[in-house]
Design a protein around this ligand. Structure first.
Ligand SMILES: [Zn+2]
Length: 259
């Protein structure tokens, strides 16, 4: 078995779903191949972390602290604007951040938050490491037949790290990883069939589009759907930044669809 074949079976392998002989072939390959062995241990570590994520929602006092912190950050962010956006849009986003922390997120979003937190703790969260949007687009296409839009946020100081395939509610999802400084930004694209749409919760309009935001375990999420896919951004970045990233992904996606 070569590296490509091993990596195509990575998830069923660590989940113990392969036949004994297939698993033995991968064991053998990993003895010789350090990169594949590293992938296997990263994937195992990831599953271990996922199991460790607490299932319970934040306690009320913690929730209160988070809400107060968001309000403070919303005020601070007016001063240090992260991206040059029109004043009206910034004002709208700040209102969103104050009113938002929506109710309990739907299971899909809970799942994405857990994945984000787990990936934020592992050494090599990306399955394919690249800062080149085109290369990643091609990787998703050849690896899984997915047509994925990979936005470039580098002018805003948010660097593309890479991508991976992820499972969300038993659906195959595309997962893009970015970082701003040491803060991870996760961008998930999941088939719309993985959840009930529209997503429940209060909607907020940003530049003419609707989004739903949830706050969970200290991270923020911004989500929307275009009917075919659900998009979810997860990060400790503030809502202004997330909405701006969401808006750009949406623009880019619309542009690609027109081509
Ligand atoms: Zn290998």
């Amino acid at each position: 078995m070569n590296c490509v074949e091993v990596r195509a079976r990575l998830h069923p392998y660590v989940d113990g779903e392969l036949t004994v002989s297939e698993a033995a072939e991968i064991d053998g390959h990993c003895v010789e191949c350090r990169p594949c062995a590293d992938l296997v241990s990263a994937e195992r570590e990831f599953r271990r972390l996922l199991r460790r994520q607490p299932r319970e929602a934040a306690a009320p006092e913690l929730r209160g602290r988070i809400v107060r912190r968001i309000r403070r950050e919303a005020i601070v962010s007016k001063r240090r604007r992260w991206l040059p956006v029109p004043v009206v849009a910034v004002a709208a986003a700040i209102v969103a951040a104050v009113l938002w922390p929506a109710r309990t997120p739907p299971p899909l979003i809970v799942d994405l938050v857990d994945k984000h937190l787990a990936y934020a703790q592992i050494e090599r969260p990306a399955e394919v490491v690249s800062s080149d949007s085109r290369e990643l687009t091609e990787w998703f296409q050849s690896r899984a037949g997915l047509r994925v839009t990979v936005p470039d946020y580098s002018r805003s100081g948010i660097q593309l790290i890479g991508g991976r395939l992820a499972e969300a509610r038993e659906h195959q999802a595309a997962y893009l990883l970015y970082e701003k400084g040491r803060t991870l930004l996760s961008v998930f694209m999941v088939p719309a069939s993985a959840t009930d749409v529209p997503l429940p919760g209060r909607r907020v309009a940003y530049r003419g589009h609707d989004y739903v935001g949830y706050e969970r375990k200290g991270v923020r999420t911004v989500s929307w759907t275009d009917g075919k896919a659900v998009y979810g951004l997860v990060s400790m970045l503030d809502y202004n930044a997330l909405l701006e990233c969401a808006d750009r992904l949406r623009d880019e996606r619309a542009r690609q669809t027109r081509l």
